[in-house]
Design a binder for this molecule. Structure first.
Ligand code: BGC
Length: 755
């Protein structure tokens, strides 16, 4: 093992400010400060410290003596978690805590619809309030850096702008309805392997331009009240004690006035954490219990700091009214209004990738439809590690098809393959070998049955993909291949019936090299919530035109994607030079003039040497072909884009670019188009990705109808993070506006200039 020594920083004070525009967000939470002064005066030190750690697994203390209620938290982000034991991870087994399972993050993002994200937040908030909760542990808004990331399904997108718009929608929707959000996981928790030990090494520019924007937007534009610090380290400091992330960026630059809670078990110190800006240690009191009290008494932490941490919690407590005991938990958590929102999200999230005229399904002659694949009956609300939803119900694809198609077709189901099942603990080699043989035999049997069914059918609906045991918290996938031998099965099915429609119910990218050529139509239907099966059936039979768009790039192969192409996913050794460069320019926080030892081939170092080239930014800039581009998705109709205009040819740095163009539905069916505006810089002064998304809109249009679409791009949003001044800066160059229906399907272009 080679060890390189890198000088982390030799400078003394680094000024960090997001204040180029001089508009620092002023949180509504500040209005409670006078009242809070009075409360703090009445509190003993013990009472104060008592608020800074967990009371139960999902509760932290208020001050009973002063009538301040406890804070009650609930996972989040895609359904209110069942009621948990006070000190354990098991549920209490209640009957009334069955919640609506909302489509998970990548599905929500595939709608490209911030208004729908608002509704989603509304729905989550209503259920949280029915259960007496104050804070939803969501939305989960980390950028999808690697296709294999275990929580890709939970996160929104690979793109910071799309993630930001949806994070703002969700946050406003939740907080307008009386419950606080907790943005998670702040920050750079982009992988699950070694998440509790890994040190993310990243330069300032990529951090500010790619990874932090969703958090920043939700704080500045939606006044998010809560943030959860992540498990990992960023530039050598644990997120829960990261002065740069918490004090400087979150509170000072963005004006965050609320509370930061640690991820569960993600606190590592007492003095450093409380000084850096952590408010609550969850779900323990190892560092913020007696140890904190002792630290104050010993003079290591001032009472002013404790007062400030208490104040930040009390602000949220004042803004979020506790649900009275006699009202909470009286009704079933899941209710029709929320189920309707879940349906709407699901129906707008489904992405049609390919269609050789086989969809919508033709039912005139009562066809035989072979539904093949274990995912047709698989529940996606839970499974694997991490927060699942004890859902009131979940319509599976098979149930949805049966209910929507009724007797208009004969539906025959065959499981086809044995799905991956999550298991706890390690197994002996003998046990593993035995299971492998059994699985092999079972697979042969299931495949045989599937082929018999397929041979007799008019059309095969193959419903496969991952499941919640494959995509799971705590570990990343090893690769992106379809699990359980699905590729092999599809190959065999194609030999007996070429009319294959494939639906992948996955939350993250899959390798489509086999499935694409063998399928006449191909769709992604996500982990799509309580109503997922109904929404899918509506799309397949043509009640609704598909209108979801990819929130991430589908690479041809995993190795094409940036972190893997550069060999920097858990393998910093291959990039020692760039690594050293990045480390030397990182923001060091409180400890300056410090030499840091970094083990260069340590799997606990995630080295973001692709810098800002995440997702399509990488594929575009490096000219790497993709399977399907970011933003891609077909409908059952066609659209025409014409007449691109801007209100001016030249813009100053405080102007807003007004973009307009005409969009026409030239097909035969009502559908939504998601129009996307990317910008490409011409002769810029700094390096940029080939193009970046800067505006988008979901536009519903009836056949034959035309609409002038208007979008705004503030020039301010085109700034870059200048690491030499540690601030936003202008790059006033010529710009090409690219209007299209995906990152690779640009229909209209126009040049403008910034001065
Ligand atoms: C997850 C968080 C979650 C928390 C409480 C942690 O393991 O990372 O997202 O909110 O558990 O369930």
């Amino acid at each position: 093992m080679r060890i390189i020594k890198v000088l982390v920083a030799a400078t003394s004070i680094i000024v960090l400010a997001d204040c180029a525009s001089a508009k620092i967000h002023k949180s509504a939470l500040l209005q409670y400060d006078k009242q809070i002064d009075g409360i703090i005066k009445q509190m003993t030190l013990e009472e104060k410290v008592n608020m800074l750690h967990a009371k139960f697994m999902f509760v932290s203390s208020g001050i009973e003596r002063l009538g301040i209620a406890d804070m009650k938290y609930a996972d989040g982000p895609f359904g209110i978690r069942e009621e948990m034991q006070p000190k354990g991870w098991a549920g209490l087994g209640w009957e009334t805590d069955k919640a609506t399972f909302f489509p998970t993050g990548s599905a929500l993002a595939a709608t490209w619809d911030p208004e729908l994200a608002y509704k989603y937040g509304t729905g989550m908030a209503r259920e949280a309030r029915l259960r007496g909760k104050d804070m939803i542990l969501g939305p989960a808004i980390n950028i999808q850096r690697i296709p294999t990331g275990g929580r890709t399904y939970e996160y929104l997108s690979e793109d910071p702008f799309l993630s930001s718009r949806l994070a703002v929608g969700y946050t406003k929707g939740a907080q307008d309805n009386g419950v606080a959000v907790c943005l998670k996981h702040y920050a750079l928790n982009n992988q699950e392997n070694n998440r509790g030990t890994v040190n993310v090494v990243i330069g300032e520019r990529a951090m500010r331009e790619v990874y932090l924007p969703p958090f920043r937007a939700a704080v500045e534009e939606a006044d998010a009240f809560g943030v959860m610090s992540a498990y990992n380290k960023v530039n050598s400091f644990w997120c829960a004690e990261n002065d740069v992330l918490l004090n400087k960026i979150l509170r000072q630059d963005w004006g965050f006035a609320g509370m930061v809670i640690s991820d569960w078990g993600g606190t590592h110190s007492t003095v450093r954490s409380v000084k850096a800006g952590l408010n609550v240690e969850m779900p323990d009191q190892k560092y913020f219990g007696k140890a904190l009290l002792d630290s104050v008494k010993a003079g290591l932490v001032s009472e002013e700091i404790i007062n400030q941490r208490v104040r930040e919690i009390l602000r949220v407590r004042m803004a979020v009214k506790p649900v009275p005991e006699e009202i909470a938990n009286k009704e079933m958590t899941s209710q029709p209004a929320q189920q309707k929102i879940a349906f709407e999200v699901a129906s707008k999230s489904i992405v049609l990738l390919k269609n050789e005229g086989i969809l919508p399904l033709k039912l005139e002659n009562k066809p035989i439809i072979a539904v093949i694949g274990a995912n047709a009956t698989q529940i996606m609300a839970s499974g694997g590690l991490g927060s699942g939803v004890k859902t009131l119900y979940e319509i599976t694809p098979l149930e949805g098809l049966k209910s929507r198609i009724g007797d208009k077709a004969e539906i025959v189901f065959a499981k086809g393959y044995e799905p991956v099942k999550f298991t706890w603990g390690r197994k002996s080699p003998e046990q593993l070998e035995k299971e492998k043989i059994e699985k092999e035999l079972k697979s042969q049997e299931l495949a045989k049955e599937a082929l018999e069914v397929a041979a007799k059918a008019n059309v095969v609906l193959f419903i496969g993909g991952d499941n919640r045991s494959v995509e799971t918290e705590g570990s990343d996938r090893k690769d992106i291949f379809l699990p359980s031998g699905q590729d092999e099965l599809i190959r065999k099915i194609a030999e007996v019936n070429p009319n294959i429609i494939t639906v992948l119910t996955s939350g993250a990218p899959n390798d489509l090299n086999v499935v694409k050529p063998y399928s006449k139509a191909l769709l992604i239907s996500w982990f799509n919530g309580t109503e997922g099966g109904n929404a899918l059936a509506d799309v397949l039979v043509g009640n609704i035109s598909p209108s979801g768009r990819l929130p991430f790039t589908l690479p041809i192969k995993l190795e094409d994607s940036p972190a893997f192409a550069l060999g920097n996913y858990q393998q910093a050794k291959k990039n020692t030079d760039v690594f050293a460069k990045l480390v030397s320019e990182t923001e060091p926080g409180e400890k300056q003039n410090k030499k840091e030892e970094i083990v260069s081939d340590d799997p606990n170092t995630a080295f973001y040497s692709e810098e800002s080239l995440v997702g399509y930014r990488w594929f575009d800039t490096k000219n790497v072909p993709v399977m399907y581009p970011f933003g891609y998705g077909l409908t059952y109709t066609t659209f025409e884009y014409t007449k691109l205009k801007t209100d001016q040819p030249k813009y100053k740095k405080n102007d807003v670019i007004l973009v307009s163009f005409d969009l026409k539905n030239t097909g035969k069916m009502t559908a939504d188009e998601v129009v996307q505006v990317y910008i490409h810089r011409i002769n810029p002064k700094v390096e940029w990705p080939q193009k970046e998304l800067k505006a988008f809109l979901r536009v519903p249009l009836d056949p034959g109808k035309n609409r002038t679409v208007k979008l705004e791009i503030p020039v301010e949003n085109l700034r870059f993070w200048n690491k030499s001044i540690h601030n936003w800066d202008d790059d006033l160059c010529k710009i090409e506006l690219l209007v299209g229906s995906s990152a690779n399907d640009i229909k209209l272009k126009k040049e403008i200039s910034l001065r």
